[in-house]
Design a protein around this ligand. Sequence first.
Ligand code: ZN
Length: 470
Amino acid sequence: MGKIITLFNLLPKFHQIALSVLICTLLFVVLIFPHGEKTTQRSALNNGEYALNTRYTVDINGTKKPAQSASLVHSTSKKRQQENASVNSHSLIQAKHDLSPIKLTTVEAQYQTEEFTVKKGDTLASLFKRAGLSSKDVYDITLLPNVKTNLLKILPGEEIIIAKDQAGMLVQLHYPLDPIRTLIINKNKDHYIEKITSKKVKYNQKFASAIIKTNFWNAGISASLTPNQIMQLATLFGWDIDFALDLRKDDSFSILFEKKYADGQFLKNGHILAAEFINQGERYTAIRYTDGHYYSEEGRSMRKDFLRSPVDFKYVSSRFNPRRLHPVTGQVKAHRGVDYVAAIGTPIKAAGKGRVIKSSYNKYNGNYVFIKHNDTYTTKYLHLKKRKVKTGQTVKQGDIIGTLGATGRITGPHLHYEFIVNGVHRNPRTIKLPKSKPIASQEKAQFLSLSQRVMATLEQNKQVQLAYRD
Ligand SMILES: [Zn+2]
């Protein structure tokens, strides 16, 4: 420094004056410039919005120190970018003291978020305790209507997300009400507010088809159907086809069903929209209408007075066996009923609604049940292990009337089933039954247009699949 002064004194008078003016001008710029910069910063802060976890430059209320000004003397000759960096770094040191606490919370708030699984025996209070929240927090949020009806009834396995602030206070809570809706509780100053958000639900249509090679179940699995869908399909055609005994190799089916998505994520399979089943060359169709019921493509109800089989196919062990051996004599015999071979205990269903005219036991029939459906039709169920209905009782279609057994004069467990029309034994699997009810006439036009549309989609998909197979 001393050398600079000596050098200054050696300069001619004119130069000394000129240099002094220059230094004064520089100092003036230095003193004014930082104020200008800070004003810009302030307005940027006041007009803009804060984003979480982002550092911002904040204005300084304190007086400048000479050292800081000195550092800025150098920066005036450097690039503008570097200047800003310099201002920023010292501003942040000051900001810690000068920023109001509210601003600091807004800018630097960081929540601790944790997920809690509801355990057996948990209450909201015990879960909150585990989350380190106070009983006051529990009390405060139980004042909210949706907390009362939902969150106070938490179930084991459910998951609750809790966010706390740095002071350990509850600031947000997420509770999924179902796969689509979530209850969200937010802290708003001194109280809590609640809202329910919903994911966007979308349905896609999916096609599946298969040709039966070994049995219906395997065909369904090969077509990527779920066990539930396979059962639905059998139920849908259960009034027309005896799935236990009537299926043959090369029978086939095609279905169009919904897949449900929430926010683009697969949720579950929806309804079967349309289905076609080809059984021994006969074609059957089922279409779901807006009333939730199924009708054939020409608009007749799928539901009929009698099920083709009193035993669900999934219990029947035999595959394709058109030759039925009489269990006693071991000979093929045109006997007066149909035998279903399945495991002891298999549930047996009433083929139609009616009144139990006999529920009893004798040494030939074993445990047996007779149901009179009306003046024309009677069904009989023999060799039961257990009877689940009493004489005189009325039953609905599909009610379990007993379980398959091996009682009476037989060698192996099976159900002997008889179908009697006006006193004459008939084959329940081939008899022509009265046609089912048609769809209401005022719905018919609308149904037929829907039917044509979905069956066309089904057909197109079949053609595409056939093209890929070849
Ligand atoms: Zn028999």
